[in-house]
Design a protein around this ligand. Structure first.
Ligand code: CP3
Length: 343
């Protein structure tokens, strides 16, 4: 496992070819996933270790990606905290009773991951057995801002109006909420590492909604605490979208690897982050819809900008879209490996 390209790149060690994996590499663009989804809901799959294992392995068996990511969902910890939810077809997640007031925050519960999310930890053990060290397994958790936004908005939001209203209007309550979420995230990641994951990614998908001053005041101390809790046990990745203006702050919060989306050239982003960290990114997922020539030329551009510097993990700026042709994903993995091969 120490020789894994992905783990080496996380540690900024030289590699034989650039490692590649994709956010949402298991999912609806794959016929084998869609066929399983005819029988089971997303939550059924997340709650059954055998099914979660099968889906985690689907992209490993079909693509030559350099890492597996645990098949689960960011929102699973909300339920044992007292915020049950469901996925509504065509609309995404829906929290039954979103947080509306400081009192709702004080009513949240703490939980033991080994009890309430035992099925996820069991999935990790099964996946590790099935992988038999072919590629490392990435575990993950949602960061306080992104999780708080679902808990408060009740689902996806375009402007995060309720989230920011609570943040600006009741700052002490906001900090109590983020403190609870960070404590949960630290404990949950620790349990995932104990169960066997080789690296962990902290998803702060929507934190690009904040500017640097608000990030520092309302988010950074909480996210920092999550990275401190993991404390060098495994490599850590820190991901967000729309974060061009706060890349330095994300780095300061933590992460051996900082995720970069497609809105900024990867070399400029890496300069802002600093070359003492690895970077992950940053192809626009829409380019995978086609035509392949444009996907390849943008890939060339990313690799040229990275220029062989140690510590680049190739990924998309966000998850694979459901309408992506599987063949394009397969071609892209091969292309990255071939084009980046070191003598
Ligand atoms: O392959 C992988 O990346 C691992 C699995 C994974 C899922 N969700 C499965 C999933 C991961 C890492 C997540 C994280 C997640 N979940 C995030 C952070 C990453 C990101 O995309 O920014 C967020 C914001 C969520 C919350 C969530 N889950 C939303 C907003 C949705 C609906 C949007 C959509 O694409 O329909 C989901 C559903 C979800 N989680 C799917 C998958 C594969 C959709 C598939 C389905 O319905 O079968």
């Amino acid at each position: 496992m120490l020789t894994s390209r992905f783990l080496k790149a996380c540690r900024q060690e030289p590699v034989d070819a650039t490692p590649v994996w994709f956010m949402r590499q298991a999912g609806r663009y794959m016929p084998e996933y869609r066929s399983l989804r005819k029988q089971y809901s997303l939550l059924d799959i997340c709650r059954a270790p055998e099914l979660a294992t099968e889906v985690t392995l689907q992209p490993i068996n079909r693509l030559e990606v350099d890492a597996a990511i645990l098949f689960s969902d960011l929102l699973l910890p909300l339920e044992p905290m007292g915020l049950p939810f469901d996925f509504i077809k065509g609309e995404g997640p829906q929290i039954e009773r979103p947080i509306e007031s400081p009192a709702d925050i004080d009513a949240l519960r703490d939980f033991e991951p080994e009890v309430s999310l035992a099925h996820v930890l069991q999935a990790i053990r099964l996946i590790k057995q099935e992988l038999a060290d072919r590629v490392p397994l990435i575990g993950f958790v949602g960061a306080p801002f992104t999780l708080a936004s679902y808990a408060i908005e009740g689902g996806h939001s375009n402007n995060f109006a309720r989230t920011k209203s609570l943040m600006y209007g009741h700052p002490e309550a906001w900090h109590r909420l983020c403190d609870r979420l960070a404590t949960m995230a630290a404990g949950y990641l620790t349990a995932q590492i104990d169960a066997g994951v080789d690296a962990v990614q902290v998803f702060d998908s929507w934190v690009g909604a904040l500017g640097a001053a608000d990030y520092r005041e309302f988010v950074m101390p909480h996210t920092q605490r999550i990275f401190q809790a993991v404390d060098r046990r495994v490599p850590t990745l820190h991901f967000g979208t729309g974060t061009a203006a706060i890349l330095g702050e994300l780095k300061e919060a933590g992460g051996d690897v900082i995720g970069v989306d497609w809105r900024m050239p990867i070399d400029l982003a890496w300069e802002r982050i600093g070359h003492d960290r690895a970077v992950q990114g940053n192809l626009d997922p829409t380019l995978l819809l086609g035509p392949p020539n444009r996907m390849f030329s943008r890939t060339d551009d990313i690799l040229a900008r990275v220029a062989g510097r140690a510590g680049h993990i190739f990924n998309l700026g966000h998850g694979i879209l459901p309408s992506t042709p599987v063949e394009h994903v397969q071609m892209l993995v091969q292309y990255v490996h071939t084009a980046s091969q070191r003598p």
